[in-house]
Design a protein around this ligand. Structure first.
Ligand code: PLP
Length: 423
C-alpha cells in the first residue's frame, strides 16, 4: 500500500496513483494527494525529501535542493515589518539555499521525476518559459532519467544545468510560452511521450508546497500571509493545500494564511477576473491582445494563458478560502522593489520574485498586511549571480528547433528515437 492515495475533490472518488492527472469520471477539479500520515515528521534527508512524508513518493533522491526559510531583518526593518519571513528558493549557500537552477521549479521537478518512476511509464514532456525546463534538465542530469523540454526560442539561454548531461532533449519553438505548450501537447499524442501535467500533477503541487511546510516548521506556525508572484498560480494552490495539511497536523495553528498573489502588468488575466469577482477568465476582457501584453512584461515566466484558475480546487477556490488578494505590478515597480530587496538582503532576484516583493510593498502600504503580522514572502527564484560565480554551469544545446508548434507532429517520431537512444 502506498503511503498516500489520490482523492478527487469533485466527486470524492478515491483513486490509485498511476501517475494519474485527472479524475476518470471527468470531474473539473484538481485531484489531491491524501497522505496516510497526518502528522509531519521530518526525514533525515538533505533537501526537499526531508518532507517526503507529504510528497507523493515512496523513494527519494539524494538531492541537496530544498526550501529554505529565514527571518528578514534588514529588508523587514526598511519596510516596517516586524515578522517577515523569506522562503528563498535559489542559490545562496550562505543561507543553506542550494537550488543550483535558482528557482522553486526544482522543488516541483524532483518529486515529479520520482513519482513518474514509481507510478508511470514513458518519458516526461515539459513545456516551459525557461525556469521549469531548466529544473527538469537538472533533474535529468542528477537522475540519468531522460526528459523532453520544450521552450520558446527566446527562453533557450535559460536552459542550463550545473552538471553535465546528455539526458535532456531540448526543443525550441519560435513563439511564446503558449506555443511551447501547444508543441508539447502535440508531442504527447505519441505513445511513450507523457505530459508532465502542470498544476494537475500532485507531485508538482506538493513539491512547491514544501515552501509552506519549511516555513511552518521554521517559524513554529502557519504564517498569517503568503505572498507570491504567479503565472499559473500553482504555487498559490500548493501553499493553500500545504497549509490545510499543517492545520490538520494540529501543531501549527488553526487559521489559513491569506494568499497575496501577483501578476505582471500588462498580462494579468487572473488579477482582472478575481477583482471582477468572476470564477471564469474571459479572454476578451482579461487578456486582450495577449501576445503584445506577454511581450511587454519583465517577468515572462508569469505569462500563462490557461491557468488553473476556475477549475475546482484551483486558484479561485484558493483565494476564496483564504480571503485572498491579487495584485497587478508594473515593470518599474517590480524592478525598483527588486533593487530594494537586493540592496537590503544581498542577493539578486529572478524578475518574477521582484514582482512578489512589489506586491508585498503594496500590501503593506494599503494596510492589508500590518507591521506585526507573520508574513511569508516566497522568493521563488534568485541567486543567479552567486551560482555563476561558483558553479560550472553548462548550456543545454537544442536537439530540435521548430519554426512553429505545428512542426511538433512531424518531429514526434524523431524525438521518441532520441529518447530511446538516451534511455
Ligand atoms: C521564478 C518563478 N516565480 C514564480 C513563478 C510562477 O509560478 P506558478 O504560477 O506556477 O506558481 C514561476 C513560473 O515559472 C517562476 O519561474
Amino acid at each position: 500500500m502506498r503511503p498516500y492515495q489520490l482523492i478527487c475533490p469533485g466527486c470524492g472518488a478515491v483513486l490509485e496513483d498511476h501517475y494519474t492527472l485527472a479524475c476518470p469520471s471527468g470531474c473539473r477539479a484538481l485531484v489531491r494527494a491524501d497522505y496516510r500520515k497526518k502528522r509531519l515528521d521530518l526525514r533525515d534527508e538533505p533537501g526537499i525529501f526531508r518532507f517526503a512524508d507529504w510528497l507523493p513518493v515512496e523513494g527519494t533522491l539524494p538531492a541537496e535542493a530544498g526550501p529554505v526559510t529565514y527571518r528578514s531583518t534588514a529588508f523587514a526593518r526598511e519596510i516596517g515589518l516586524e515578522n517577515l519571513w523569506i522562503g528563498f528558493s535559489g542559490y545562496w549557500p550562505e543561507h543553506g539555499a542550494r537550488i543550483t537552477t535558482c528557482s522553486f521549479k526544482e522543488l516541483e521537478a524532483l518529486p515529479t521525476v520520482v513519482r513518474m518512476r514509481e507510478t508511470g511509464s514513458g518519458t516526461l514532456v515539459v513545456a516551459s518559459a525557461g525556469n521549469t525546463g531548466r529544473a527538469f534538465c537538472q533533474t535529468a542530469a542528477v537522475t540519468g532519467i531522460p526528459v523532453v523540454v520544450v521552450v520558446p526560442t527566446g527562453g533557450r539561454d535559460r536552459i542550463w544545468t550545473a552538471e553535465p548531461t546528455d539526458r535532456a532533449c531540448l526543443i525550441t519553438v519560435d513563439g511564446d510560452y503558449s506555443d511551447a505548450i501547444a508543441a508539447a501537447d502535440t508531442l504527447c499524442n505519441t505513445p511513450g511521450l507523457v505530459p508532465e501535467g502542470g498544476a494537475r500533477n500532485v507531485a508538482r503541487r506538493d513539491g512547491m508546497g514544501t515552501v509552506m511546510l519549511d516555513a511552518a516548521v521554521s517559524i513554529g506556525r502557519v504564517p498569517e500571509h503568503y505572498v507570491q508572484a504567479v503565472g499559473s498560480g500553482t504555487g498559490g494552490i500548493a501553499a493553500w493545500e500545504a497549509a490545510m495539511r499543517l492545520i490538520g497536523d494540529g501543531r501549527f495553528g488553526s487559521a489559513l494564511p491569506r494568499l497575496h498573489l501577483a501578476q505582471n502588468i500588462p498580462f494579468i488575466p487572473m488579477v482582472r477576473a478575481w477583482q471582477a469577482g468572476r470564477r471564469e477568465i474571459v479572454p476578451e476582457i482579461d487578456m486582450p491582445d495577449a501576445r503584445r501584453s506577454i511581450a511587454a512584461v519583465s517577468a515572462d515566466v508569469l505569462t500563462n494563458r490557461n491557468p488553473p484558475y476556475a477549475i475546482g480546487g484551483g486558484v479561485y477556490d484558493a483565494l476564496t478560502a483564504t480571503d485572498g488578494r491579487m495584485y497587478g505590478v508594473e515593470n518599474r515597480a517590480a524592478e525598483e522593489a527588486g533593487r530594494h530587496f537586493t540592496g537590503a538582503e544581498g542577493i539578486d532576484l529572478d524578475p518574477a520574485a521582484a514582482v512578489a516583493v512589489a506586491a508585498l510593498l503594496e500590501a503593506v502600504e494599503s494596510g492589508a498586511i500590518s507591521p506585526g503580522d507573520c508574513t511569508l514572502l516566497n522568493i521563488t527564484g534568485g541567486g543567479y549571480r552567486r551560482a555563476e560565480e561558483s558553479l560550472d554551469l553548462r548550456v543545454v544545446e537544442p536537439s530540435f528547433r521548430l519554426r512553429s508548434p505545428d512542426g511538433a507532429a512531424a518531429c514526434a517520431r524523431d524525438v521518441l528515437g532520441w529518447v530511446n537512444e538516451h534511455a
